[in-house]
Design a protein around this ligand. Structure first.
Ligand code: HEM
Length: 142
């Protein structure tokens, strides 16, 4: 089945609560039936209705579940004409990032730093204990 194409002009015309399209990562979604269910409220969805919502969607850091919900409302690919706005640089960058790269970086820092601190504390304790034992030995042999 060939993917349906939605022109930018057509996207713009679906900007009301009763008929709401958004574009995310160059795909167009009909989120009319989702507006009332959106955990982030209807207002934010109406704000980006009929527009490219990639940046707004990604800035919030939506879950994989949110992305799955989204895929259920797919209409087709966004078709930009020569005079239509280009994707914002932020959305382009995000498309090229492997999914989860941001959070993976965060997890890496969290797992590295406590173990690093732990290693320093253990080394310090071991060194202190060794020094203390040496002192005691010197005292008893004297
Ligand atoms: C159009 C497609 C969208 C879908 C399918 C969607 C779906 C969801 C879902 C399922 C959640 C619950 C948390 C999570 O699973 O991440 C959520 C939360 C949220 N969404 Fe969206 N969202 C969409 C667009 C947007 C846009 C364009 C904004 C603009 C700012 C937005 C703002 C928020 C906010 C602020 C929350 C957090 C609500 C809270 O935790 O109180 N969403 N969204």
């Amino acid at each position: 089945m060939a993917a349906q194409e939605v022109t930018y002009t057509e996207l713009l015309s679906h900007d009301t609560k009763e008929d709401l399209y958004v574009a995310i990562h160059e795909k167009v979604y009909n989120v009319t039936r989702f507006v009332d269910e959106h955990p982030g409220g209807e207002e934010v969805l109406l704000d980006v209705g009929g527009q490219d919502a990639t940046e707004a969607f990604e800035d919030v850091g939506h879950s994989d579940e949110a992305r799955e919900i989204l895929s259920g409302y797919l209409v087709g690919d966004l078709k930009r004409g020569a005079n239509d706005p280009k994707p914002s640089s932020a959305s382009e960058n995000r498309v090229s990032l492997p999914p989860g790269e941001d959070s993976a970086g965060g997890i890496f820092l969290i797992t590295i730093s406590p173990s690093f601190v732990y290693a320093i504390v253990v080394a310090g304790l071991a060194g202190g204990a060794y020094y203390y034992l040496q002192l005691q030995q010197q005292q008893t042999s004297a």
